[in-house]
Design a protein around this ligand. Sequence first.
Ligand code: ATP
Ligand code: NCN
Length: 210
Amino acid sequence: MNTKKQLLTKVKAEIRTNMPRRHVGILGGTFNPIHLGHLVIAEQVYQQLRLSKVLFLPDKVPPHRGVSKTKPISSDDRIKMIKLAIEDNMHFDLDLTDVNRGGVSYTYETIKILKQCNPDTEYYFIIGGDMVENLPKWAHIDELVQMVHFVGVCRKGYEKSSKYPILWVNTPELEISSSMIRNKVRTGKSIKYLVPDSVADYIQDRGLYK
Ligand SMILES: Nc1ncnc2c1ncn2[C@@H]1O[C@H](COP(=O)(O)OP(=O)(O)OP(=O)(O)O)[C@@H](O)[C@H]1O
Ligand SMILES: O=C(O)c1ccc[n+]([C@@H]2O[C@H](COP(=O)([O-])O)[C@@H](O)[C@H]2O)c1
């Protein structure tokens, strides 16, 4: 058995043995806006790893992103769209640790806070293939991989490999991105079926991404 398979088997066995520890997924992101790609990976990881829940963690200032060429959007709008998108799913929650802390949203700092507040919880940080490739550049990455399980989901055009321990979960590959949604809105194209209807309505009502 290769190392990745061993890791997956170990984690699944731990979860099955009903240990008192809680196993919680985190999907961190800018969510500008949240789309069906985010929701599908969160649900698939929740179900396949038998997690207690998945937290949607909007960042305040995303690390390593260049200055945005698009019009900035407030945390408030991003948060409201997340709330609309997850309100019908009882095992999805919003976590405002990064927004409330302010500044650059380094995951190492976030996980330190979450673990201090919830010492009985194991965290599973979900990242798409683009972020898996980016992991070597993350702040305190060598310590961070000891603090959380990184869960990788494939994204078209990105390698399924890393020098760090990644728990790969198979999910349908949806070629949807927030930049695609912003471009479509800007050019007057339909975003129906790419974001929840409530999010599409919110974007239209608030005139976002025009
Ligand atoms: N369609 C998708 N499939 C798999 N992973 C995704 C998908 N969309 C986003 N992710 C992952 O979700 C996390 C948060 O993504 P983010 O909020 O930055 O959205 P994005 O679609 O990548 O945005 P942008 O297009 O603005 O870069 C990241 O780990 C990213 O890799
Ligand atoms: O801690 C870091 O160095 C780091 C570098 C890049 C991304 N992250 C986190 O990864 C998540 C997805 O980032 P992004 O840029 O796709 O929104 C988000 O929670 C970020 O805070 C964290």
